[in-house]
Design a protein around this ligand. Structure first.
Ligand SMILES: O=C(O)CCC(=O)C(=O)O
Ligand SMILES: [Fe+2]
Length: 326
């Protein structure tokens, strides 16, 4: 039993219709987070993905670090290397991660450690399924935003084989027994950068919190069990910065973080999560969205900006956060 009430709407996307689309837009324009049921992911897919991730993080560090992360944002990020909230925290986040770029014609844009090379078909199948689900959600968002005559407007700008900054990320937060208030953050407060993010988490490994755009309070998100033995547990989807900008703020990109919840501070429970950051094709022009709901908002986001491409938007966003030079 989850020890937290669930503040996040659950939307079943097994059917693409207007009622589903409206429910999804309602969630995306209030909390910016939603639980998704009825995806094509099975329990087996998710178990196998977490198993792959666990076997990787158990390897000796030399094998994990065969491809260290660099400015390309691909590769292995060791404990305390990433700091998502440097203004509030001196030490980096107590987590390890591996970022995969997007496959194009069966090839990744970067090298991977031998372990992933030996399992590359599984990685590719997982990424492809994540992207297909993202496209399904983008179709529904297009319908829910009543984009005239073209509900595929967003989906057409996220073709799976075109170059994009989409990332599949395995995350591992080793269990630690900590009670110092300065030490309870596993991933610092941040928003995501792209279109939308899919997040798979595991039973009894909670810790995700949303700074609710509605109540302005930190709100824990529980793990929800699957509705039957075949389906995967509802996965979490959140709207990210680019889509919020593109829709002039109609869809909300909510701040979130990962904490060691009090129970975990006693048990020292590990957390594994798998995240898919979906981005548009790099050359996509962030022109105003042809939706009556979005165009009603004057002077904000893409309704009030020189035209940027998706890649330019990301580079600006990263430069604002990290002060990197491009
Ligand atoms: O591990 C998690 O649950 C969240 C990770 C996250 O928010 C991120 O990597 O952007
Ligand atoms: Fe995030």
């Amino acid at each position: 039993m989850a020890d937290t009430e669930n503040p996040v709407a659950v939307v079943d996307v097994s059917e693409i219709n207007q009622a589903t689309a409206d429910r999804l837009v309602e969630a995306a324009s209030t909390l910016g987070f939603v639980f998704i049921e009825g995806s094509a992911f099975t329990q087996k897919d998710v178990d196998e993905a977490f198993d792959l991730s666990k076997r990787f993080f158990e390897l000796p560090v030399e094998q994990k670090n065969q491809v260290p992360i660099d400015e390309s944002n691909y590769g292995y990020s060791a404990m305390n290397v990433e700091n998502l909230d440097p203004d509030s925290h001196v030490k980096g986040d107590p987590k390890e991660a591996f970022n995969f770029g997007q496959f194009q014609n069966g090839e990744l844009p970067h090298k991977v450690p031998d372990f992933f090379q030996q399992n590359i078909d599984q990685v590719q199948a997982l990424q492809s399924k994540c992207h297909q689900l993202s496209i399904r959600l983008l179709k529904l968002l297009g319908m829910g935003l009543k984009i005239e005559n073209d509900p595929d407007w967003f989906a057409d700008r996220h073709r799976p084989d075109a170059k994009s900054e989409s990332i599949l990320r395995f995350l591992y937060y080793p269990g630690q027994k900590k009670t110092d208030p300065q030490e309870v953050i596993r991933a610092g407060a941040h928003t995501d950068y792209g279109t939308l993010t899919l997040l798979f988490q595991k039973k009894d490994q909670d810790g995700l919190e949303i700074l609710s755009p509605v109540t302005k309070k930190w709100t824990p998100v529980p793990f929800l069990p699957a509705k039957d033995s075949q389906s995967c547990p509802p996965l979490i989807v959140n709207i990210a910065d680019l889509l919020s900008f593109w829709t002039a703020g109609v869809l909300k990109s909510a701040i979130h973080r990962v904490k060691f919840p009090p129970r975990v501070q006693q048990t020292g429970q590990d957390r594994y999560s798998i995240v898919y950051f979906c981005h548009p094709e790099n050359t996509t022009l962030l022109e105003p969205v042809p939706s009556p709901i979005v165009s009603a908002v004057k002077g904000r986001g893409a309704n009030n900006s020189d035209l940027l491409t998706a890649k330019q938007h990301l580079d600006k966003r990263l430069a604002a956060t990290y002060g990197w030079k491009y």
